[in-house]
Design a protein around this ligand. Structure first.
Ligand code: DGT
Length: 143
């Protein structure tokens, strides 16, 4: 969808993290009270005003998982629109963190094999770039 003439597009910047445990990656199931409830996402959330993307992701990972994370390299960026809202998602590698991820926000947390992303209920924003997500995770993509 393109913006209507004269109407300024409304953008929400979002950050998300790839946390790995061996070959697995951490997924969180979105809470009932939020949009896209029940879908499996990479932990993260919206950038608040005045934050750098890295600050925002470190804050979200602290709030959602109770960890003190070092935000690594930017692996991937994508855009998507849900109705009138456009989101820009920046996906970062998280190689180091202090503490054990605990569920403080999601319906459930799970370390999943990347292959499972093909069959899980994941946000359309992620589904449409799944081959790029596999590349960002360093995993070969097979149809
Ligand atoms: P909302 O969307 O108004 O219910 O508010 P929140 O607080 O649940 O949204 P939040 O902070 O999780 O913002 C993330 C937005 O990005 C949300 O619209 C869902 C979307 N999104 C798509 N894929 C992902 C992903 O892999 N991780 C995260 N964290 N968000 C994703």
């Amino acid at each position: 969808m393109t913006a209507k003439p004269g109407k300024k597009a409304y953008w929400i910047p979002v950050v998300a993290g790839f946390l790995r445990q061996g070959e697995k990656v951490l997924l969180g199931q979105r809470p009932e009270t939020h949009s896209l409830a029940g879908q499996w996402e990479f932990p993260g959330g919206k950038i608040e005003s005045g934050e750098t993307p890295e600050d925002a992701l470190a804050r979200e990972l602290s709030e959602e998982l109770g960890i003190d994370a070092t935000v690594g390299s930017l692996k991937l960026a994508c855009t998507h629109h849900y109705g009138d809202v456009n989101i820009l998602i920046l996906f970062y590698e998280i190689l180091y963190w202090k503490g054990e991820p605990k569920n403080k926000h999601h319906l459930a947390l799970e370390w999943a094999m990347p292959e499972e992303l093909k069959t899980r209920n994941i946000p359309e924003a992620n589904r449409k770039i799944l081959p790029k997500i596999f590349k960002g995770l360093g995993v070969p993509w097979r149809e």
